[in-house]
Write a protein that binds this ligand. Structure first.
Ligand code: AMP
Length: 222
């Protein structure tokens, strides 16, 4: 039986975090907790909270730290995450969120097993994001070099596979610059706490997954 795990996955946009987190969640049988997905779902549901989050997302800015930390706390306290663990994707994104997470997990006695940085150079990330295509129905990720089998129709659900509106070169450069400014300091934060593992993000999805599982199991002493 595969043991559960508590993971934080960091990495620039374009590193393949979304793809690898879905695969890791299946491998370790733990929930994939993506704050971006949680916000998009609440916008779709039209809740008051979703309306608030929508304003920040449309403006291309981060949702305030107190709101995000509260949302993550609520999710990590659910039964599946308590029982098996979780994979955090897109959180923490600022030093204040990392501190909030640290306090929350200490209170709940759920220490992180491993923090992974999926390493990718900025120019490689840019090229990947420009080539990225996404299913408009189920969010499965493709690229111009790995398209769906038939005519931009999703292999998974038959939805239309398109380029994200925010995957223009200008918007991509802005997101990468924000990442460098706000999220790169977290690499130092986790390095100081000796819980960071660097994994090379280039390669096929299967190759990267194999590297990740090997490094995570090694850290956990599995
Ligand atoms: P993502 O899908 O991770 O790129 O997130 C989409 C949007 O959701 C971001 O541009 C932010 O507006 C918001 N968001 C997601 N995660 C966070 C976070 N940890 N802190 C603040 N805002 C977030």
């Amino acid at each position: 039986m595969v043991r559960g795990v508590r993971l934080v996955i960091l990495g620039r946009q374009g590193a393949g975090k979304g793809t690898q987190c879905m695969r890791l969640a299946r491998h370790y049988v733990v929930p994939h907790v993506s704050t971006g997905d949680i916000f998009r779902a609440s916008v779709k549901a039209g809740s008051e909270f979703g309306l608030q989050a929508d304003e920040f997302m449309r403006a291309g800015t981060l949702v305030p730290d107190e709101i995000v930390v509260g949302v993550v706390r609520e999710r990590l306290c659910q039964r599946d995450a308590r029982a098996r663990g979780f994979i955090l994707d897109g959180f923490p994104r600022t030093a204040a969120q990392a501190e909030g997470l640290d306090e929350m997990l200490a209170e709940e006695r759920m220490p992180i097993d491993v923090t992974v940085n999926l390493d990718i150079a900025e120019e490689d990330a840019l090229a990947r994001l420009a080539a990225r295509r996404v299913c408009s129905t189920c969010a499965t990720i493709y690229s111009t070099s790995r398209p769906p089998a038939i005519n931009w129709t999703c292999d998974n659900c038959g939805g239309e596979v398109v380029q994200r509106q925010d995957d223009t070169e200008e918007a991509i450069r802005k997101r990468l610059a924000d990442y460098n400014e706000l999220t790169t300091p977290l690499i130092d934060w986790y390095t100081e706490r000796d819980s960071l593992v660097h994994i090379e993000a280039l390669g096929s999805p299967d190759e990267v997954l194999a590297r990740l599982v090997c490094a995570i199991d090694d850290r956990k002493g599995a």
